[in-house]
Design a binder for this molecule. Structure first.
Ligand code: HEC
Ligand code: HEC
Ligand code: HEC
Ligand code: HEC
Length: 199
């Protein structure tokens, strides 16, 4: 009888470990959408909604930004809004876990959202929520957060020569990270000082 109890305990413990291990393996961060960030980050959300990144999917519609499209050899009268070649850089997490599918089923992932620059948010969002001012960047990084200003090459996922708008079309499309972070933050949001020390 005693042995059976022990066996049972061992078995339950093993089952628990198995479940944990399976959880850890499949726990790859997924995209959650800008709405799940905006509740806590209101100022950034408001800036972003007005910005070119926030509206990047609208640019794909027929008749929008016709001059630049024409110059890049695209058809200004064509609707590119569901063209997969364009969506990978004009939406958030296209074809990735939890990422953009289409405007009806994933409206919060249309445009270049928070997570296109900050990384898929399911796991670090939970850290922000539970630790608030007390989390460290080593733990948010491990949970999928990315930092463009600290050497992670996130902007370059889209600002590259696979884009129709590359420097050979017009030198103004050359991407200089330092310059754009310094003078062009209106393209996403004003950068505000943080209250916590996350280093
Ligand atoms: C998921 C793709 C993607 C990522 C990641 C991305 N961008 Fe962009 N960016 C775009 C697209 C698309 C546009 C054009 C939007 C439009 O005109 O509709 C754009 C436009 C811009 C513009 C405006 C251009 C101008 O001259 O006014 C700036 C500045 C910019 N991005 C900087 C950045 C920086 C800095 C980062 C990284 C911190 C970044 N982008 C990350 C896709 C991306
Ligand atoms: C590899 C990523 C990528 C792909 C693919 C891509 N774009 Fe973009 N697009 C960008 C980036 C980055 C910018 C901003 C360039 C800048 O201002 O420096 C941009 C800007 C634009 C602009 C605004 C240009 C301007 O001068 O205002 C239009 C219009 C546009 N894209 C349409 C499209 C269409 C249509 C497609 C599909 C045929 C497409 N893009 C595919 C990354 C991409
Ligand atoms: C085009 C890229 C881009 C997009 C889109 C973007 N951010 Fe950021 N954000 C940055 C960069 C760059 C920084 C500076 C820190 C870093 O390197 O990540 C930053 C910093 C921040 C900070 C810390 C500083 C501050 O202003 O409080 C917060 C919070 C933030 N972003 C939230 C958001 C939220 C919420 C969204 C979506 C509504 C968003 N961001 C969209 C690029 C972006
Ligand atoms: C429950 C509230 C909450 C939610 C939801 C939330 N955050 Fe945060 N976030 C915070 C707090 C609190 C901080 C720390 C602010 C400070 O130190 O001033 C923070 C900090 C940040 C920073 C700066 C952190 C750093 O390491 O530099 C970024 C970027 C950010 N959040 C992006 C996001 C994004 C993107 C989402 C959605 C995926 C999100 N947050 C969801 C509360 C939240």
């Amino acid at each position: 009888m005693k042995l059976t109890m022990i066996m049972k305990a061992v078995w339950i413990a093993a089952l628990g470990l198995g479940v944990l291990a399976a959880g850890a393996v499949s726990a790859e961060p997924r995209y959650v959408g800008a709405k799940d960030c905006g509740g806590c980050h209101k100022a950034e959300m408001q800036d972003w909604q007005r910005s070119v990144h926030g509206k990047a999917i609208e640019t794909l519609a027929a008749g929008k930004k016709s001059g630049p499209k024409h110059k890049a050899g695209l058809d200004p009268d064509k609707d590119y809004s569901s063209d997969e070649k364009c969506l990978k850089c004009h939406t958030t997490g296209f074809k990735q876990k939890g990422g953009f599918v289409d405007r009806n089923s994933t409206p919060d992932l249309a445009g270049v959202g928070c997570e296109a620059c900050h990384g898929p948010g399911s796991d670090y969002r939970a850290i922000h929520k539970s630790k608030m001012l007390d989390f460290k960047r080593t733990e948010t990084r491990a949970a999928g957060a990315t930092y463009a200003s600290k050497g992670d090459k996130v902007c370059e996922n889209c600002h590259n020569t696979d884009s129709p708008f590359k420097p050979s079309v017009d030198p103004k499309y050359a991407f200089d990270l330092k310059e754009r972070l310094k003078t062009k933050t209106e393209s996403f949001h004003q950068i505000n000082p943080l209250d916590g020390n996350h280093d």
